[in-house]
Design a protein around this ligand. Structure first.
Ligand code: PHE
Ligand code: ZN
Length: 887
């Protein structure tokens, strides 16, 4: 960060324990959407572990009206404290336990940032992670200050019959003038970021769970009345997650009540507040005719994720926000294990790797690269990133694989026992794993401190006479901002050697007395390492990084025939898919290169051959087959280009896609016919896989649509009894220039206009359509009555889909796509800076593009730097511009 920047960075090395500890918090809310009064009583005492005694008491606060301030019941005079836009400081407080009473007012209706207390569709609700609580009251708003909360909510009964907060409901009563109140007590000490309240007219869908030790837990899912028939799947998912965590980690739920509330206006996916999760409606509400298989899977994963936080995040929390991955990386890993257990393991792994490569690898290779545990930030909201979440999960997965399931479980048990009820660091977690396993993970810690994706260059040679196969493995991590020099990291390279018959060959390293069968893990520690496999009677094909055993990029000079062999036979299902993707990528990039130098793109022969084989004998797991039949998307392919030429890439991929459509038409029809009918909708792995496969076939048929394809697509659109099939048809129509397109889009809107979540799909499909005129289409959508700039889901559906999932239109040569994005960022900057800053992301990759695009993106970043006021956007733009930011 540049010197003299208006927003000073926070540094990990500056951490100091809190000067005062908090035992209890008593909050009293007089709820009103226009102006809510909050009375807070804090039982404070000096922290014996503080660096210095007698330090001032520092409370955070933002956009608050201070009404009253008392210490031990005595009003504080104006001279005894100071208050500015960020803090309230009391220089002198007693050197013994004392009580501070603070009364403030805040304006929920005027709160467009959706942090703190705000309104959403007639409800009042809160979002406090990471620093939203300071918008509710003056408070030591840092995760290492834990306290037990008692919360009394008072509101008008008519409008807010339901009043919820964390923990257990302990009392309720009538107030004056149609008001009522409810009191909640949370027996578990927690940091302020886990506080939550909800007030509104809500319907409660209930269920029950009996824990392994026989305790009964009430499950309450609150929605608006008209959505009450969309709660089943989330409740089922919650029970599955609770059972799974008991069976896998031995962790039970600890309160008698688990509450989930669906909220339409929400900055993120969901929030793990203790005993009162708040969910973006998108990740909780589902009915077969309104939600797709992908929605069902996401809901299962997110419900699981928030539930798993109860132990990894809530019972044990973060000392400071630099430790964010302590809870998020670990919880995403647990979520991924859960998803794998609920369906196909290989498909779950493919999807998680796809997310990692689609978002985290690009981040790690660009100007916003940062370690899993960052060392400084300006705005912590900018660090809820794929690196902290997805790469953080990969790092935990490597630890899991290095220690084995039992060793990892033993390490987690130790972590839970030792740190329960405390706010700790990543270091504490690793130490617990080390101690329980008697292992030294010193070098492993680099994964948390070093940014960048390690590149693994693998070369081989076979000596037929000696029967030896040599692998030479070199690792290199490219420089990232602030980290020019990289150290080698430990890399578990899971691998096998595949023989001509497709079976794994025995693996015997020189000097070993016995061979290993199947997969083995080579643990790399150094920049360069060599391995000699012996006793081989044929030249093997190495299957490298099986199961994606480390978040690295593997470079190996595979020949087409070798990849085809692996794609057909590799014993590791992930690598079977990976081989096909690698084959496609190599040839699509070659075609893009050809287009870039003035040539014409065609369907490459090896791709035609690979797809022909797949269509003749698709893998038994239909979901896996569907993944194998999908070409890598343009965003991922772009990462492999020296200089990204979006037009050449689009042309190359389109040529392949339409070529496959045209030349294998009979195969697509056969595939669709075979898997089309899955009966009444059920969210079960087999049916999900079959729908994916049939709809992949439909998408190819619509890539070069003849009359029969169009008719079939329209028929599916009209007849489908589930959103998965209906949306697949609509997506195919929206991507094609056919007369049915406007008809279907209108009919869909007509049918679903009163359903915000379905309207989001309608918006996103149009914003992501690769048809020409994308910028104008997006502008029209923003003018449509269904759009709203104040609802994050709508912004994501239109602007997010356009900028992140429509490369062909977003990167339009005249820069109109970039301009549109920057305009939206500026409009949002003053209202919801968190969402605004997230939208800057696509522009941060400007240096990777061909010169005109690079210049056009750069110009928009400059414009943002000049005009944006929030630290959120400011930090993203400064990082994007890099050294230029210092000018
Ligand atoms: N902690 C939430 C999760 O990952 C994400 C979140 C962050 C939600 C910040 C809101 C605000 O589960
Ligand atoms: Zn999380």
């Amino acid at each position: 960060m540049r010197e003299g920047s208006p927003h000073a960075p926070v540094r990990l090395t500056d951490y100091q324990p809190p000067a005062y500890l908090l035992d209890t918090v008593d909050l009293h809310f007089q709820l009103d959407p226009g102006r809510t009064r909050v009375r807070s009583q804090l039982a404070l005492r000096p922290n014996p572990a503080a660096e210095e005694a007698g330090a001032p008491l520092v409370l955070h606060g933002r956009e608050l009206e201070l009404l009253r301030l008392e210490l031990d019941g005595e009003a504080l005079t104006r001279a005894t404290y100071s208050v500015d836009a960020e803090r309230l400081i009391i220089p002198e407080v007693p050197d013994r336990p004392f009580t501070l009473t603070v009364e403030t007012a805040t304006r929920p209706e005027a709160n467009t940032a959706l942090e703190g207390l705000y309104t959403s569709g007639g409800k009042l609700c809160t979002q406090c992670e990471p620093e939203g609580f300071r918008r509710i009251t003056y408070f030591p708003d840092r995760p290492d200050v834990l306290a037990c909360y008692t919360v009394t909510l008072e509101a008008e009964r008519e409008e807010y019959p339901v009043l919820l907060a964390n923990g257990n409901r302990v009392a309720a009563g009538e107030g004056e003038e149609g008001r009522h109140w409810v009191r909640w007590e949370d027996p578990f000490p927690k940091p302020s970021y886990l506080f939550a309240l909800v007030a509104g007219d809500l319907t409660c869908c209930t269920d029950r769970f009996t824990t392994a030790s026989g305790r009964e837990v009430d499950l309450h899912l609150y929605t608006e009345a008209h959505n009450a028939d969309r709660a089943d799947h989330a409740l089922t998912s919650l029970k599955q997650a609770m059972r799974w965590d008991e069976e896998t980690y031995g962790r039970e739920y600890d309160l008698d009540l688990y509450q989930i509330v669906a909220v339409d206006d929400f900055n993120m996916g969901a929030m793990e507040n203790k005993g009162l999760n708040l969910f973006n409606s998108q990740f909780v509400l589902a009915r077969p005719d309104t939600a797709t298989d992908a929605d069902y899977a996401n809901i299962q994963a997110v419900v699981g994720h928030e539930y798993f936080h109860n132990w990894t995040g809530n019972r044990i929390t973060c000392r400071d926000w630099f430790q964010l991955s302590l809870k998020e990386g670990l919880t995403v890993f647990r979520e991924q294990q859960f998803s794998a257990a609920m369906g196909s393991e290989a498909v779950a792994r493919i999807d998680s790797v796809d997310r990692l490569r689609g978002a985290q690898f690009p981040e790690d290779a660009g100007p916003t690269a940062h370690p899993v545990r960052p060392s400084e930030y300006v705005e912590i909201n900018n660090f809820y990133t794929p690196t902290v979440y997805e790469k953080g999960a990969e790092v935990v997965r490597m630890l899991h694989n290095a220690l084995g399931p039992e060793g990892f479980r033993a390490g987690c048990d130790r972590y839970f026992e030792r740190f329960d009820g405390r706010a700790v660091t990543v270091e504490d977690f690793i130490t617990a794993l080390e101690e329980a396993n008697d292992r030294d993970l010193r070098q492993f810690r680099r994964w948390y401190t070093q940014a960048g994706t390690p590149q693994l260059e693998v070369r081989s040679s076979f000596d037929a006479e000696a029967g030896t196969f040599d692998l030479c493995v070199r690792q290199h991590t490219p420089a990232t901002p602030d980290q020019p020099h990289k150290e080698p990291v430990p890399i578990p390279l899971a691998m096998g050697l595949v023989g001509a018959d497709g079976a794994d060959l025995p693996l015997q390293l020189e000097g070993e007395s016995e061979a290993v069968h199947g997969t083995r893990v080579l643990l790399l520690h150094y920049e360069e390492e060599r391995f000699r496999f012996t006793g081989l009677t044929e030249e093997p094909i190495p299957s490298l990084l099986r199961g994606f055993s480390a978040p690295v990029e593997v470079d190996y000079p595979y020949r087409d025939a070798e990849l085809a062999h692996l794609a057909g036979h590799d014993g590791d299902l992930f690598n079977r898919w990976e081989a096909g993707q690698r084959l496609a990528r190599t040839h699509l990039l070659a075609q893009a290169e050809a287009v870039g130098s003035g040539g014409e793109a065609v369907l490459p022969d090896p791709l035609r051959a690979a797809f022909t084989r797949l269509l003749e004998a698709p893998p038994a797991d239909a979901a896996l087959a569907a993944r194998a039949l999908m070409l890598p998307d343009e965003g991922q392919l772009a990462e492999y280009m020296e200089t990204i030429d979006p037009d050449a890439l689009h042309a190359a991929r389109e040529a392949a896609r339409t070529g496959l459509a045209r030349e294998l038409r009979d195969g697509w029809w056969a595939l669709r016919d075979r898997f089309r009918d899955t009966g009444p909708y059920r969210f079960e792995p087999e049916a999900v896989g079959q729908r994916a496969l049939a709809n992949t076939a439909l998408a190819y048929l619509m890539a070069e649509p003849d009359e029969a394809a169009r008719a079939a697509c329209m028929e599916q659109f009209r007849q489908a009894d589930n959103m998965t099939d209906q949306l697949a048809a609509l997506r195919a129509l929206a991507a094609a220039d056919v007369p049915e397109r406007p008809e279907a889009l209108d009919a869909f809107y007509e049918r679903w206009q009163d359903d915000p979540l379905v309207v989001d799909k309608w918006l996103a499909i149009q914003a992501a359509s690769p048809l020409p005129g994308g910028v104008e289409r997006v502008q029209a959508l923003m003018d449509h009555p269904a759009f709203s700039l104040t609802n994050p889901n709508k912004v994501r559906a239109v602007i997010g889909a356009f900028a992140m999932r429509n490369p062909a239109q977003f990167h339009r040569p005249d820069g109109a796509g970039y301009r549109l994005l920057a305009d939206v960022v500026l409009e949002l900057d003053g209202r919801n800076p968190q969402i605004a800053a997230r939208l800057v992301k696509p522009l941060t990759r400007w240096r990777r593009f061909v010169p005109e695009r690079e210049a056009a993106m750069h110009a928009e970043l400059e414009r943002l730097r000049e005009r944006a006021g929030s630290p959120d956007v400011g930090e993203m733009v400064d990082r994007a511009l890099g050294d230029e930011g210092e000018a």
